[in-house]
Design a protein around this ligand. Structure first.
Ligand code: ADP
Length: 501
């Protein structure tokens, strides 16, 4: 049996009681809800109170005839299906009724089966109409939802405090939010999206970032960034990432712009503070270290005892602190952009010779062979601060000494590679596992394993090396195999590097 809620309501309108009751019996057996009316007025009164799915309507009735009732139903309840019941000779009337909107007709007298067939057809028609309406409603809702979603997203993007810009694969601007326009002072009247990014922002690094990311040269999910210094000291950070289609095709890029002026200022203050504190600590620590060395000298020749051991440990720790302070000062000098300040034309061979000479004692202390091979002919000069280059070479050689066993080999060499100078630092030491190779260039990152556990260090050497080399327009490459050794290659531009104005 069909559930009550799905039972369709049928109204039977006929002045003959037998027909009304007969129809009712048949319809009740088919689980319809049935109401009856003996004339047109009664039928209209019932139709006003409730909606009927189907009306069985006798055309020939005293008083208001069926045709008039039909017209009223079409006006007030157009969704109701009307099946007209006609007498013998009134087939023309039936056709007329169909023209005026009746759905079907059944001639009198009819058998129960005939009625069932006609009503079933109407029910099927109603089901299809309802289904079509439901689908239409759903389609409209989906469209409305989509529209709402779109306007919601638009509102959010418009209200964001950070700048947002969407570009096409050929780096033309598709969308800019008000914050983006405000930050780049584009918010004067008349500026519209649609042009190449270079038409809006003159900054070379920024244009490159947007062009490369829009073209899909950057891996998905990776944010490339660059900083833009604006008039009045404002610093903006732009971060760009490609947008890919489901098939992996690059559709363009999204670039976000943030005002990091305050962050930069805080960073500067922090660096100044660290530099100040480091300076203040360096002299007293050096004094303590010298004094400890003197006291230890007094013990010279005496047997190893606990006091001497404690003093040696104190001296080692003090040396560790002095190194840390030295590294922090190098790092802050580098971050303050000082590596470019003392730039001059430098002969890399000379600096290498001096550094290898200086660190030779340290290598010999570990019974290692430290060699330098330089070409006979003069090398093209590099424009750099010689002190900064000493720091780079010194750190790489010191690392090779530290992370190579006693008796190991360290080879330093230099040559030209196109427009660059390539300085190679090769050791046959511990080697570096693949998973650490990028991380060791991050500040304070140290590899901890059984071989490195007792080696003291700050984790600042390689970040300093990378920072200086980057600032000089060069790059550092690393090749390594665990248990075989490591090769660090430093490439430096042989011609003057482009410096920021
Ligand atoms: P530190 O040497 O003070 O720990 P660095 O930044 O110079 O800091 O180096 C980071 C880490 O990289 C070191 O802790 C070491 O584990 C590893 N490393 C650096 N150079 C080498 C090398 N030549 N051979 C093996 N490991 C190295």
């Amino acid at each position: 049996m069909e559930p009550e809620s799905q039972a369709l309501h049928v109204l039977v309108v006929d002045d003959e009681r037998d027909i009304r009751d007969g129809c009712e019996r048949i319809l009740l057996r088919k689980n319809f809800l049935v109401s009856k009316a003996a004339n047109g007025m009664e039928a209209l009164a019932l139709l006003e109170q409730a909606a009927f799915a189907i009306v069985l309507l006798d055309l020939k009735m005293p008083g208001m005839d069926g045709m008039e009732v039909l017209l009223r139903i079409r006006e007030t309840r157009p969704e109701t299906l009307v099946i007209v019941i006609t007498g013998y000779a009134t087939i023309e009337t039936a056709i007329e009724a169909m023209k005026r909107g009746a759905y079907d007709f059944i001639p009198k007298p009819f058998k129960p089966d005939q009625l069932r067939i006609v009503v079933d057809r109407a029910v099927e028609k109603k089901r299809l109409t309802d289904e079509a309406e439901r689908l239409d409603r759903e389609r409209r809702r989906t469209l409305k939802d989509l529209d709402m979603e779109k306007s919601r997203t638009r509102t959010i993007i418009q209200a964001l405090p950070d700048g947002v810009m969407v570009s096409t694969p050929d780096a033309h601007v598709a969308l800019m939010n008000p914050a983006f326009m405000r930050m780049l002072r584009l918010d004067s009247a008349g500026i519209r999206p649609g042009e190449h990014i270079r038409r809006y922002v003159g900054d070379e690094a920024f244009s490159h970032l947007v062009v490369d990311t829009s073209l899909g040269k950057v891996p998905p999910g990776v944010f490339r960034s660059c900083d833009l210094e604006r008039e009045g000291g404002t610093v903006l950070r732009a971060q760009s990432t490609p947008v890919l289609s489901e098939t992996g095709e690059c559709l363009g890029a999204v670039t976000v712009l943030m005002d990091i002026t305050e962050l930069k200022m805080l960073d500067r203050l922090k660096s100044e503070f660290v530099t100040k504190v480091s300076h203040e600590l360096r002299s007293p620590l050096s004094t303590i270290q010298q004094q400890l060395a003197m006291v230890l000298n007094d013990f010279e020749g005496e047997q190893e005892d606990e006091q001497r051991h404690i003093l040696s440990r104190a001296k080692e720790k003090t040396q560790g602190l002095i190194t840390l302070i030295g590294d922090i000062l190098d790092l802050s000098r580098m971050e303050a952009g000082m590596v470019l300040r003392g730039s001059q034309s430098v002969d890399v061979k000379e600096i290498l010779k001096a550094t290898v000479d200086f660190l030779g004692t340290k290598a010999r202390g570990r019974k290692q062979v430290l060699t330098l091979s330089v070409p006979e002919e003069p090398l093209p000069p590099v424009v750099a601060d010689p002190q900064a280059l000493e720091i780079v070479f010194g750190n790489l050689i010191t690392n090779a000494i530290h992370y190579t066993d006693e008796g190991g080999n360290i080879q330093v060499s230099v040559g030209t590679a196109g427009n660059e100078l390539c300085v190679v630092f090769q050791d046959n030491g511990f080697g570096i596992e693949e998973r650490h190779r990028e991380k060791i260039f991050e500040k304070f990152y140290r590899i901890k394993n059984d071989r490195t556990r007792y080696i003291t260090g700050t984790g600042l050497g390689l970040p300093i090396v990378k920072g200086i080399v980057d600032a000089l327009g060069g790059r550092v490459e690393l090749e390594s195999q665990v248990g075989v050794g490591s090769t660090f290659r430093v490439f430096l531009p042989a011609s003057p590097p482009k410096t920021e104005p």
